[in-house]
Ligand binder design. Structure first.
Ligand code: BT5
Length: 267
């Protein structure tokens, strides 16, 4: 299976209205999120797609690293300029997360779950992650970058040892190689449709919530400084914040953090 990506191949027959109307493809870069930010700062149009075959400084949240051997993954960032209040920016992560899930399911037949706030899972293992970053101007969001890393034809044994127990790839999960090009185009079409709906006033909130694997479960939410809270993940509010029912009965709204499952009654 030839699996080479190029700007021309990606654009051919894509048929999106907005997403990927400009495509920047590089064999190698530091981080596509950094590249997309620079392009957005110099006026790149909404929908610009930056994609690389390999990143030397791929990032997760809180400057954690994103690891992907060359040729194994989809590593991309999209520029959006939504007319949304900053508090609603998680709507972009929702729209893109649902788009990725729908695209993967259509191309592979796998069932895709999402883990609040930004993980993409198959059978409870992480196959992808998203990194949404915004730049604020005087009138709200100037631009937002949504970065997506997806383990497509990645051999899990090529990942660092500490990831082996929690990560997987689409090819390993479905037992065959997956065409990155066909998958990418499907994902871009789904994100295009979900984004048009979002800015047209139709939030992807329900579709996103239905895919969240941790809802109804007892979880620990760890915040960036290491402090944590435990309780039942009851739901997500309209802006995507996690609603956590603490043991005291209080309902707590969590804007950011990492979620891990806790056995019921765990002290
Ligand atoms: C994420 O962060 O999951 C967001 C990852 C976003 C990566 C994309 S790639 C294209 C674009 N350009 C960038 O520079 N970034 C975006 P977070 O929730 O913080 O998770 C990071 C953690 O995931 C790491 O600390 C590892 O434990 C784990 N991890 C790293 N590489 C992985 C991989 N290939 N598969 C599964 N888990 C991985």
């Amino acid at each position: 299976m030839t699996d080479e990506l190029s700007a021309a191949r990606i654009a051919k027959g894509l048929g999106t209205r907005l997403v990927a109307r400009q495509v920047v493809y590089q064999e190698e870069t530091g981080s596509t999120n950094d590249d997309a930010r620079s392009l957005a700062q110099s006026g790149a149009p909404e929908g610009t797609l930056v994609l690389a075959d390999h990143q030397s400084r791929g990032r997760g949240r809180l400057n954690r690293s994103w690891t992907a051997p060359p040729g194994s993954s989809l590593l991309m960032s999209l520029v959006f300029r939504p007319d949304l209040p900053p508090a609603a920016v998680q709507g972009l992560t929702m729209a893109c997360g649902v788009g990725v899930a729908e695209g993967v399911e259509a191309q592979t037949g796998l069932t895709v779950g999402l883990k609040w706030p930004n993980d993409i899972l198959v059978d409870g293992l992480k196959v992808g992650g998203m990194l949404t970053e915004i730049s604020l101007g005087a009138r709200g969001i100037d631009f937002a970058i949504v970065g997506i890393g997806l383990n497509v034809n990645l051999h899990p044994g090529d990942l660092p040892d500490d990831l082996l127990v929690k990560a997987n790839s689409l090819s390993a999960a479905c037992g065959r190689p997956v065409s990155r090009l066909a998958l990418l185009q499907e994902i871009l079409r789904r994100i295009d449709a979900r984004y048009q709906a979002l800015v047209g006033g139709h939030s992807p909130h329900r579709a996103w919530q239905q895919r969240l694997v941790t809802l109804g479960q007892r979880v620990r939410v760890t915040e960036s400084g290491g402090a944590f809270k435990e309780g039942i993940a009851e739901g997500v509010d309209a802006n995507g914040a996690l609603l956590l029912r603490l043991d005291s009965g209080e309902l707590c709204t969590v804007l950011a953090g990492d979620v891990t499952l806790r056995p019921s009654g765990f002290a």
